[in-house]
Design a protein around this ligand. Structure first.
Ligand SMILES: Cc1ncc(COP(=O)(O)O)c(C=O)c1O
Length: 438
């Protein structure tokens, strides 16, 4: 085994779960083959511990670097900040500038609180909503992080988050007493939402949802949710952690003209440097004045400096337009090459910036693992999705498309000869959350 694989074997014993983020576990891609660690990253190029070079054409930093890794402008701003000291007994003035910038981009918002990670800032938003409304119940319809408030949805009689994102999210370690405090409904299911409002509206603090993820919402849906939420006396929180900045400068909700009471950003706002923000109306944020929401490292400078540099660059360059254009190219390539090799490739008409395809086959997960394995051999960190960034140049995407042609041909051959399993050089990828060590 090379250095990269050996280190991960060691990690699994000393770090429960192997990594700190499920989506960065090699098991989610091609177990025993996908490199767990990097030594260098630039643009969309990554080097592992054995100096092997890859192009990242997968979920690129799991959606955290819209400008590409180690963006020169963001890195320069961060380097200058570190050179003059990025932490002291006083606060970073940049956080005030950032608060103003976020309110300018989202004119409905009047106040801002900051943290450093997505799950953390979602918990803050929910805490503020509960404090403002003096109510406890929260309704959700997607993934919002790892905290107790969210996993409490799975304390219900059935695994209520199962249909929402990934299987296996046991509420182990979440207090039983939180049962009934978070209720799940399926996105776009107006009936299920109406039922929550009818049954629990008078105890509802907030409805937490992404304004969209892969498609525009059904016409009038966001207005329907907002109006029902407000009528019940609850607050509407849009989670823009992944979709924000990808479709437009700022939250995706700006496209639809439906304003929430609070919106939450993380991931790409710092382009690889930890930063997170919740913006809201004064009224919605009023609970934040009296609630104890405080943490030492929320006062360091790198996060706000990186966010300001990222937003500056996103004001200058049409990042959403570029990502959409490159995503369309990927969607066409998967479709055309799927047809060419008579493979059951399904490419949805979803937002190109988060382009993805699926193998419409009973061995879909084995085929996905084989695709990843064969791409690794060609120097691509690839999966069935690509989160486009400014660093995905035409040249790199063209190289990837040539590799897809070759790999689809190999998969077609393995399917024809019924040798999918034999072709795998490691275990099949995991689906959802699982223990790594019994
Ligand atoms: C919509 C959404 N909300 C919340 C989170 C949690 O963010 P983090 O992983 O930074 O805690 C994610 C992460 O994937 C997300 O996509």
């Amino acid at each position: 085994m090379n250095k990269t694989q050996t280190l991960y074997e060691k990690a699994k014993n000393i770090i429960p779960g192997g990594t700190q983020l499920l989506s960065k576990r090699p098991e989610m891609f091609a177990p025993e083959q996908w490199p767990a660690y990097f030594s260098k990253a630039k643009g969309c190029e990554v080097w592992d511990l054995d100096k092997k070079h890859y192009y990242d054409v997968a979920m690129h930093g799991i959606g955290a670097c819209l400008l590409g890794y180690n963006d020169p402008d963001v890195s320069l701003a961060v380097q200058k900040c570190i050179a003059s000291g990025s932490f002291s007994i006083l606060n970073p003035p940049e956080e005030v500038e950032l608060a103003e910038a976020l309110c300018n981009i989202h004119p409905w918002a009047e106040q801002v609180r900051f943290a450093r990670t997505g799950g953390e800032i979602m918990s803050i938003a929910v805490r503020i909503a509960r404090a403002t409304t003096k109510r406890s119940v929260v309704a959700v319809c997607g993934y919002h992080g790892w905290h107790d408030w969210y996993l409490a949805a799975n304390l219900g009689e059935d695994d209520s988050l199962k249909g929402l994102l990934l299987p296996g999210l046991e509420p182990l370690g979440v207090p039983e007493e939180l049962r009934g405090t978070t209720l799940a409904f399926m996105q776009y299911d107006r009936e299920a939402f109406r039922e929550i409002i009818d049954k629990h509206g008078d105890r509802l603090a907030a409805v937490v949802m992404e304004p969209c993820r892969h498609h525009d919402p059904d016409l009038g849906y966001l207005e329907f949710v907002r109006d029902k939420t407000h009528k019940a006396g609850a607050l509407l929180i849009f989670d823009e952690i992944t979709i924000g900045w990808r479709l437009t400068l700022g939250g995706a909700h700006l496209r639809f003209g439906v304003n929430p009471d609070m919106a939450v950003f993380a991931k790409s706002i710092g382009n690889g440097h930890p930063m997170a923000a919740v913006i809201g109306t004064k009224e919605a944020m009023s609970g934040a004045h009296g609630s104890f929401i405080s943490s030492t490292y929320w006062t360091e400078s790198v996060g706000p400096v990186a966010a300001l540099a990222t937003i500056k660059k996103m004001r200058e360059v049409d990042v959403p337009g570029y990502c959409s254009q490159m995503g369309k190219k990927m969607q066409s390539a998967w479709r055309e090459l799927g047809d060419k090799h008579a493979l059951p490739i399904k490419v949805e008409d979803s937002y190109p910036a988060l382009a993805h395809f699926a193998f419409g086959h009973k061995q879909a997960i084995e085929l996905k693992t084989l695709y990843i394995q064969q791409m690794l051999k060609r120097g691509f960190l690839a999966s069935t999705a690509i989160y486009l960034t400014l660093a995905h140049t035409n040249e790199i995407i063209d190289k990837y498309i040539v590799a897809i042609d070759e790999v689809f041909a190999e998969i077609a051959c393995a399917l024809k000869e019924d040798t999918i399993i034999e072709s795998l050089e490691g275990p099949v990828a995991h689906v959802g959350f699982k223990r790594l060590i019994k």
